[in-house]
Design a protein around this ligand. Sequence first.
Ligand code: AMP
Ligand code: MN
Ligand code: MN
Ligand code: MN
Length: 274
Amino acid sequence: MKADLHNHSYFSDGCLSPREVVRLASKANCDLFSLTDHDTTHGALEAKYEADKLGLNVVHGVEISAFWRNSTIHILGLGIDIDNDELQTGLEFNQKLRKERAKKIALDLSRSGVKDALEKAQMISGGHMLTRTHFAQMLINEGYCKDMKSVFRRFLIGRKPGGVRVEWKNFKEVIKWVQSSGGKALIAHPFRYRMTHTKIKNMLIDFKEANGDGFEVVNSNSSNEEILLGNKWSEEYNLLASIGSDFHGWPNQRVKIGNLADLPNNSRAIWSYL
Ligand code: AMP
Ligand code: MN
Ligand code: MN
Ligand code: MN
């Protein structure tokens, strides 16, 4: 089973259309695919249409920003019904937060001498939803930084220029949005939040207690050690295991669709429960 259940298109911060992303997944011989744009399902129907043409199985997905304690985390909703009102009301709430944040980021950047940040970021997003990635790309284009990594060190975080706190909903509410639409709720990339292992485990325990379904055990950037640890925790806390590349299609990104390590334990794999 070759699954890739975490991918982005230009409806959030990816570079490619849903159609192009699906074509890459098909070319990589994926058996199961999901488009999981940040806080929107606007690309879902295009992805489904193309996947049907190519005979690729898809489940509708989304990656939702949420709070666990004081940290922003990302919750994947997989196998969702994109016509569900509760889910879409939640996503619209996050889209509104993003619009307000984008204006604040632009204002903050202008104080550091970056002019017309909102307009320039909007040009890059092609009028689609704005993410910090678009501001990051703009700062690179304008010569402020040389790559994504350095942008996110110098801008757009904490007290740095363009760092704006967003009051995302609590993870418990986001789990409900996903599950009320018939989907499974999973924590994305648990090792990417700059948390200690103890803190990650506490997050997983809280997530399970709130009826969360699982977490991403295999991601493009996972080390072998992380995969084994994730597998152990999924057994220990009785959480399902997901697998996804977090492909964005950025020109210099090494991540490839469908190019992922196997799950150590297929009996907990999310695809049997979708
Ligand atoms: P947002 O959801 O708008 O806050 O933007 C978050 C997105 O920015 C993530 O999904 C990543 O794609 C990207 N991102 C965040 N931090 C970094 C980083 N240090 N390096 C590269 N990309 C990052
Ligand atoms: Mn992203
Ligand atoms: Mn994410
Ligand atoms: Mn992602």
